[in-house]
Design a protein around this ligand. Structure first.
Ligand code: ACO
Length: 356
């Protein structure tokens, strides 16, 4: 038995295909390259939800805008103490307050929630009042505005759209599996997304990009990269933003995000530091683990892109959740449609009871 279940096929899905040998991601019939930087979050959400979420509104941009407004009504009823939690813990607590269900309304509310709640959590940390959503705006643009208080440029909104689309779904990753297990009990889409978020926040999954920023800040200049990385590996640390359970080649999402950073025209010096650290890390990993291909994963350039958009590292996982929640919801609906409870078995290896 493999402790990480890597060879176990636990679901059939029409939603996404992760080809770890070719480094290719397909999102319901389109490649990542067809969508990232091309389509907005709402249209890829529609692609994933079609035929799975019942009574899907035709105009998803407007429906998601309305859903942000309904989620916002929760913020005014909040115990303010919840807004003082670290962002990802606050998001987990706040999402749990939404009424559960399996219908389109629940799907829209839980998908709107990370944007609204992350804005409120970050503004509270900055000592500023939370901002109400603008239902007429695109989801990515409104998310950025609810954080900064200013309407983003078209380029910034497009960069966040590219990010949300890039992370929207990715096969049966740990958080999606958690969401499917929860949905299979018929607990509802809010509970499924909460299970997903709880799995996502770990540093081996969606919690990695904050530590990537710490690593870049600590390295400081390209010349320090190799020594710093060697020392980290000597301590037994893992290099955040590298390695993947499925990809044996470069994660295609890394390139999609690097392209988004370039289009945004972000700080060249910071990107150059990132590229130098990436090159040094790949060299060090190759020499230390010649038999285990370890390449750049999505989280490395996530860190640089979200930083360039002015999002503080402690909220990176919340922004990841703002994209992935659409995938969790699609998988939850797909699981519900199978009508089958997920209930695997374990092998007992504990003590044998004494004979009477
Ligand atoms: N840095 C250093 N060594 C590594 C790294 C890394 N980033 N990743 C794997 N290794 C090493 C392991 O220590 C192990 O060495 P060993 O055989 O001497 O014990 C070997 O490579 C194989 O690693 P596994 O644990 O089998 O790889 P697994 O598939 O379980 O790990 C994971 C995947 C968890 C992503 C891992 O690569 C890792 O911890 N990366 C750093 C955290 C990170 O970037 N997470 C984000 C992943 S992307 C996402 O979830 C959205």
């Amino acid at each position: 038995m493999e402790a990480g279940l890597e060879s176990v096929i636990a679901a059939e899905t029409v939603l996404s295909d992760v080809d770890g040998e070719a480094g290719r991601l397909v999102l319901r019939g389109a490649t990542l390259e067809d969508l990232a930087g091309v389509a907005d979050f709402e249209s890829v959400c529609t692609r994933l939800w079609a035929g799975l979420v019942p009574d899907l509104p035709v105009d998803l941009r407007a429906a998601l805008g309305d859903a942000r407004v309904r989620v916002w009504e929760e913020v005014s009823r909040l115990d303010a103490g919840l807004l003082d939690l670290p962002p990802v813990e606050g998001l987990r607590a706040l999402m749990a307050r939404l009424p559960d269900g399996e219908d389109a309304d629940a799907a829209l509310r839980i998908t709107a929630a990370p944007a609204v709640f992350t804005g409120a959590l970050l503004r509270r940390r900055a000592g500023r009042p939370a901002l109400a959503p603008d239902p007429s705006a695109g989801h990515a643009a409104d998310l950025l505005r609810m954080i900064s208080g200013e309407a983003p440029s078209a380029g910034q909104a497009a960069a966040l759209d590219a990010y949300l689309v890039t992370v929207i779904d990715h096969g049966l990753n740990a958080s999606t599996f958690a969401a499917r297990v929860t949905a299979s009990t018929r607990a509802g889409l809010v509970s499924a997304a909460l299970a997903g978020l709880s799995a996502l926040k770990g540093p081996l999954h969606g919690g990695a990009p904050g530590p990537v920023i710490d690593m870049l800040d600590s390295i400081g200049t390209p010349a320090n990269a190799r020594t710093w990385l060697e020392a980290a590996l000597d301590r037994g640390d893992r290099l955040m933003g590298f390695g993947h359970r499925v990809y044996r080649v470069r994660d295609p999402r890394a390139d999609a995000l690097k392209a988004a950073i370039r289009r945004l025209g972000a700080d060249e010096g910071r990107l150059a530091l990132g590229e130098a650290v990436e090159a040094a890390a790949l060299g060090v990993l190759r020499s230390r683990k010649p038999d285990r291909p370890l390449d750049t994963n999505v989280e490395f350039y996530t860190a640089l892109l979200l930083e360039a958009l002015g999002i503080p590292p402690e909220a990176f996982t919340c922004i990841f959740a703002a994209g992935r929640v659409a995938g969790w919801t699609a998988h939850a609906r797909e699981q519900i449609a199978t009508g089958r409870l997920i209930r695997p078995q374990s092998v007992y290896v504990g003590p044998v009871p004494m004979a009477a």
